[in-house]
Design a protein around this ligand. Structure first.
Ligand code: ATP
Ligand code: MG
Length: 300
């Protein structure tokens, strides 16, 4: 498999901490894939991302970008950060200028881009993340979800080859989450690599095509969502839950599921169940329940 970025045997110890945050961590982000990084609080996800953009430097081991070790010389680091974009877990750490428009255009101006192109890119990304009406509002007056979307817009506008998002959906409402995922899908369709750290197992299951599980600063497992969520015990041992659809799938009798791929979203799951039971959508239980309820209401 071709990798966009890899950490090889990385050790990182924050000063004054009893335990290292990363201990001999080896992970690879497959090129062109949507990867979810899972792991409980303190397992090292954010520390891994800070290494990926060269904001932290391994005390042992190395970071490889496009197969070559990252050099920490100033010029090369700047080049790395143009290729790899990080959306921080906390937007306060990311937003430096006073309005969304200023903040998003600042990064682009740093690349020497023409003003007309900067304007066009800003307008497109503001529109995509439904921020156009807020573009001139002081950042400190934005809600947390709006700040998260602004931070994401700034990174998206730079169009990096590899985009890392540290818990991007926390504090987003369902509409904003759907917009974010649409935006990420459109980035992914242009051949870019997208990596997201998340605590949302259901989202990881339906969204990702590769999963990395961290535990106490090491890679506990890496594989396809089907493989990672095939067994409950290995995940529960490190305090992670199965996604709801995987849980339901594994609770069905083996004679029904044997030889079939586990469906990873609700639509596929419903279609699969209807197929198994040989019944069409017109016989859905929900319709029957509503009718029955109405009839009961009439009798009273
Ligand atoms: N700036 C820091 N100084 C000292 N220790 C830190 C610092 N940042 C993180 N750590 C420690 O390093 C370990 C890994 O933290 P990290 O933030 O990478 O975990 P995480 O998987 O991102 O957790 P979360 O799910 O809560 O975001 C934790 O034990 C944490 O306490
Ligand atoms: Mg974190």
């Amino acid at each position: 498999m071709d990798y966009s970025l890899a950490l090889e045997n990385v050790v990182f110890h924050y000063p004054d901490m009893a335990e290292p945050a990363l201990r001999d961590l080896t992970v690879r982000f497959p090129k062109g894939c949507k990867t979810a990084v899972l792991g409980h609080n303190g397992s090292g996800k954010s520390t891994l991302f800070l290494h990926a953009v060269g904001l932290l430097r391994p005390q042992k081991g190395m970071v490889l970008q496009a197969g070559a070790p990252v050099s920490y010389a100033k010029k090369e680091l700047a080049a790395l950060r143009r290729r790899v974009g990080l959306v921080f877990q906390d937007p306060e750490q990311q937003l430096i200028l006073s309005t969304p428009l200023e903040d998003i255009s600042f990064g682009l101006r740093g690349t020497g881009m023409e003003e007309a192109e900067i304007e066009a890119r800003c307008a497109a990304v503001l529109d995509r993340l439904s921020l156009s009406a807020l573009k001139d509002k002081p950042v400190h007056q934005l809600s947390l979800g709006q700040k998260k979307r602004t931070a994401l817009a700034g990174v998206m506008a730079m169009e990096p080859e590899l985009i890392l998002l540290d818990e991007p959906t926390s504090y987003l409402d369902p509409v904003s989450e759907a917009q974010l995922l649409d935006g990420l899908d459109s980035i992914h369709r242009t051949g870019r690599t997208v990596v997201m750290a998340t605590h949302d197992m259901n989202l990881a299951y339906r969204w990702a095509d590769w999963i990395i599980v961290l535990d106490q600063g090491v890679c506990h497992a890496a594989g396809t969502p089907e493989a990672i969520f095939a067994g409950r015990e290995a995940l529960q041992a490190i305090g992670l839950e199965l996604p709801l659809l995987a849980e339901l799938w594994h609770s069905l009798p083996l004679r029904l599921t044997a030889g079939r791929m586990a469906p990873r979203n609700a639509e596929d799951f419903k279609a699969m169940l209807n197929g198994m039971l040989g019944e069409g959508p017109e016989e859905r239980q929900a319709d029957w329940l509503i009718e029955d309820y109405t009839r009961t209401g009439e009798r009273e």
